[in-house]
Design a binder for this molecule. Structure first.
Ligand SMILES: C[S@@+](CC[C@H](N)C(=O)[O-])C[C@H]1O[C@@H](n2cnc3c(N)ncnc32)[C@H](O)[C@@H]1O
Length: 327
């Protein structure tokens, strides 16, 4: 790493508070150091949700720093029990990991799956549910095989695991209902449908689908059309170019926006699903602070830890009101 960028990565063992808002704090520290601090100890057993996308196990190093292979797994194995300690008994850990490819060949790595298993097992956590998050805005990758050789297709999704110390963590899918399909709306109007035996061997009761519950329960494959209900399309696809204070700031200052921001809609989906107002949400790999912004919007308390000092000022812009920005 060149000297200039090394100096921007936090190297002191003492975490420092980058900024705070009404609901949360953004810490500059490595998560390893932060977990040893009194700030982490104060939160033991009190965090309702950890939602995060850790540095991915890429075959190629990115500017924000990634370990690879067994070193990556060992690192996650050491972290998982410490993160678990922070969780409330009915709390949840939601972890998003993208796909990875084996270096120099058109085959997929199983490292992301091994990583998730490592977190589950070393954290002694239950896998409550697996989600697939579709992101059609992702660039074609790996370019050599998708664009040049044309022998693979575009990789367009990430895997999201919802884990918990409890088999029955706090969760309420009524907080994440999506609008009914036209077919369902028609059915509710008609008040009749084809009840009875289905080829799947399910038996559908006469009245099973006649009650309007205010919306449909989303499917675990989080398609863009589902995520759109939790943020506009452009925001969810991370391609928003106007009106986003974070991106506006980066553009104005000629700074590269964070290369691996979490889809805002994804954070909103899980914070709404798994927490109540005033609950505490933590992101140990906070980056541009998508998590803090969403938590603040939803009136949850939050704590975010990020190792790279360069993310501090840009991420703070997420909390600057448009009136102040215009000044
Ligand atoms: C995949 S990005 C997360 C992006 C974030 N969710 C967002 O929406 O901007 C991972 C982040 O973890 C940070 N990171 C890497 N190693 C870390 C560590 N040991 N402690 C804390 N943060 C770390 C990286 O600097 C990077 O910003």
């Amino acid at each position: 790493m060149p000297k200039s960028s090394r100096s921007k990565i936090h190297s002191l063992s003492k975490p420092f508070q980058g900024y705070r808002t009404r609901k949360g704090r953004y810490w500059i520290a490595s998560i390893e150091d932060w977990l040893e601090s009194r700030y982490a100890r104060e939160l033991n057993g009190n965090v309702n949700l950890i939602v995060t996308s850790p540095p991915f196990p890429l075959s190629r190093k990115k500017s924000y720093g990634n370990l690879n292979g067994s070193a990556y797994l060992d690192w996650l194995r050491r972290l998982a029990p410490k993160l678990r300690q922070l969780l409330a008994d009915d709390g949840s850990l939601v972890i998003e990991i993208g796909n990875a490819w084996n270096p120099g060949e058109p085959t997929m790595s199983t490292l992301p799956m091994e990583a998730l298993l490592a977190v589950r097992d070393s954290g002694d956590l239950n896998l409550c549910q697996e989600f697939i998050c579709h992101n059609p805005a992702r660039l074609p990758s790996p370019v050599q095989y998708v664009n040049v050789e044309r022998s693979r297709i575009k990789d367009s999704w990430t895997r999201v695991w919802w884990l918990s110390p409890s088999k029955h963590p706090k969760a309420d899918n009524r907080n994440i209902l999506v609008p009914y399909s036209k077919a369902m709306r028609d059915l509710l109007k008609r008040q009749s449908y084809n009840a009875g035996h289905r080829p799947s061997e399910h038996v559908i009761g006469e009245k099973s689908f006649l009650r309007d519950n205010g919306g449909a329960i989303p499917a675990s494959c989080l398609l863009q059309e589902t995520l759109d209900h939790f943020g506009s399309v452009v925001v969810a696809g991370n391609t928003k170019s106007g009106g986003d204070p974070y991106l506006e700031y980066c553009r104005r200052k000629g700074i590269k926006a964070h290369p691996a921001r979490m889809q805002e809609a994804l954070a909103r989906f899980f914070v709404s699903f798994l927490t109540d107002p005033d609950d505490l949400v933590l992101d140990p790999f906070g980056g541009s602070n998508t998590t803090g912004r969403i938590a603040e919007d939803l009136r949850r308390r939050w704590a975010v830890v990020e190792i790279n000092h360069n993310n501090l000022i840009p991420s703070k812009q997420r909390f600057v009101t448009s009136r102040k920005r215009r000044r």
